[in-house]
Design a protein around this ligand. Structure first.
Ligand SMILES: [Zn+2]
Ligand SMILES: [Zn+2]
Length: 181
């Protein structure tokens, strides 16, 4: 697998610049590669299911790939819209395993959705973990059994809050193998 030279972060109906900046630094730190914010002209209404009021995440991945020419860059879309696939009711994010593209959504990370007061800090921590997790998949990492590890599969918000935003030693060594060969 070629060494990724950069992670391009693509805001898709997402305008919180402060959150984008913090997420960029987290990603850059986790993978030791540069990041940049790259706006793309993707017509989200084409991938939207009006009945479900959700965005098809697999469609988003295909759009990100079709607009990104540099084969060594990873591409991460971030959106406020709720994501789904035809077989999954909802997703926090989706990625191509060992590929280039990933997408994450803040929709399910908002405390308001669970009847709690809005908490930007919680939202930011969760989306950063999810972004690192999905990008980890693009580097070929699979789910990790270690509860602390960012590659642990999280179904519930509580599990997101428990895990850290970094890789466990096993995942670090797998990541090194994949980025240094
Ligand atoms: Zn995963
Ligand atoms: Zn791990």
């Amino acid at each position: 697998m070629p060494i990724a030279s950069r992670v391009n972060i693509v805001p898709l109906d997402f305008d919180d610049d402060e959150l984008l900046g913090n997420m960029s630094s987290s990603i850059s730190q986790a993978f030791q590669i540069p990041t940049r914010i790259v706006p793309m002209d993707i017509r989200l209404d084409m991938g939207r299911n009006r009945q479900r009021d959700q965005l098809n995440s697999t469609w988003v991945l295909s759009q990100l790939l079709s607009q990104s020419l540099n084969n060594s860059d990873k591409i991460l879309g971030i959106t406020v819209h709720d994501l789904y696939t035809p077989i999954l009711t909802y997703l926090f994010g989706e990625a191509e395993l060992g590929g280039r593209a990933a997408v994450v959504s803040t929709y399910r990370f908002r405390d308001e959705l669970y009847g709690l007061p809005a908490n930007k800090d919680n939202l930011e921590k969760r989306i950063e973990k999810e972004a690192v997790h999905e990008l980890g998949h693009t580097f070929g990492l699979v789910h990790c059994l270690n509860f602390d590890c960012v590659m642990h599969a999280s179904t519930y918000i509580e599990e997101f809050d428990y895990k850290t935003n970094s890789f466990c030693p096993l995942c670090v060594s797998l990541l090194d193998e994949r980025t240094n060969t």
